[in-house]
Design a protein around this ligand. Structure first.
Ligand SMILES: [Fe+2]
Ligand SMILES: [Fe+2]
Length: 319
């Protein structure tokens, strides 16, 4: 009687007892191995944020930067700060929701990394003399949209493939600018971690995307379109601060597309190649970028913008 009651009550268990009986293709098994590796690498390469930041500040004799650069760095990296919190929340949700063991392990390792990225970035901004308050509404839209994503596919596509690659691009550009040496050295640590997080996206998304059909696919495309729209607006809002730091938006976009393109290519390869429509979507987006980013303080009338759009669509896509 009690046994029957217990069995009946446990029919909706949150423990996926069948998780090890899911069948896997050879290709999927290989990707799962890579995901397991991401977890162990995360453990081996975990760094102590308190020590690293303290040592870097000591090594460079403190943070020495002009007030103009400090203000621009503060505003750009406050967006990164809240982005790290969003990444922390999303990776923790993924760690909870993903079923396959290796992908769950990779997401758990990411949550550990993002917690470090968040607190270290806060400590850095405080050392810079900057108090985080809130960010421009476009960047906030990007983060809220990703946090509110309706499916695991959208969450991973938004965070691991889009936002992480954008962050990687900004980190690389700021690191190379050497505007502030403590930050340049610190970003080196961030970049290594973020590259693993992109790996979670490229290795696990094919498994999830194979199960997507019809309406779910259309909903994911709509999600991506909105995310690209608000990311472009966010970059426009950041453009002047980046310019102050010696980084020009078109250059950043080009580099970002290369990094993002590589991550997407890796993912499409697992799914048997990118859809033919991809090239036209990318051409359209190049046109939009050309029209929206003619350069800081370059005033353009509508016909001139249209010409830039058409030239952008016609230009060869970056390899
Ligand atoms: Fe991060
Ligand atoms: Fe990350």
């Amino acid at each position: 009687m009690i046994e029957k009651l217990a069995t009946w009550q446990s029919r909706n268990s949150k423990i996926p007892f069948d998780m090890f009986s899911l069948s896997r293709s050879a290709d999927e098994a290989r990707r799962m191995d890579k995901l397991r590796h991401i977890y162990h690498r995360g453990q081996d390469l975990a760094w102590d944020g308190r020590d690293v930041l303290g040592e870097l500040i000591e090594k460079h004799g403190g943070i020495n930067v002009s007030p103009e650069h400090a203000a621009a760095l503060g505003r750009v990296f406050e967006i990164i700060l809240w982005g790290e919190l969003a990444a922390w929340k999303i990776s923790a949700e993924l760690a909870e929701q993903i079923v396959p063991l290796e992908a769950k392990m990779a997401a758990t390792a990411q949550a550990h990394d993002e917690a470090r990225h968040f607190y270290v970035m806060y400590d850095y901004l405080r050392a810079l003399g900057y108090t985080p308050t809130r960010i421009d509404p476009y960047s906030q839209r990007v983060l809220d949209l990703t946090l509110g994503a309706r499916s695991l596919v959208q969450k991973i596509l938004g965070m691991q493939l889009m936002l992480e690659t954008i962050a990687l691009t900004i980190f690389a550009e700021v690191r190379e600018s050497r505007v502030e040496p403590v930050l340049s050295d610190l970003l080196h640590y961030y970049e290594k971690d973020e590259a693993r997080h992109v790996g979670l996206g490229t290795q696990f998304l094919p498994t999830l995307m194979r199960g997507q059909r019809g309406l779910a696919t259309a909903d994911t495309l709509w999600f991506q379109a909105r995310l690209i729209f608000w990311s472009t607006a966010s970059l426009k809002a950041m453009e002047r601060d980046l310019h102050v730091l010696g980084i020009e938006a078109p250059h950043l976009i080009e580099r970002g597309k290369r990094i993002q393109g590589k991550a997407y290519a890796e993912m499409w390869e697992q799914l048997g190649g990118a859809p033919a429509s991809n090239e036209w979507i990318n051409r359209f987006l190049s046109g939009v970028d050309a029209a929206v980013f003619p350069g800081v303080d370059v005033a353009l009338d509508l016909p001139a913008r249209m010409r830039r759009f058409v030239d952008g669509v016609r230009a060869p896509l970056p390899a």
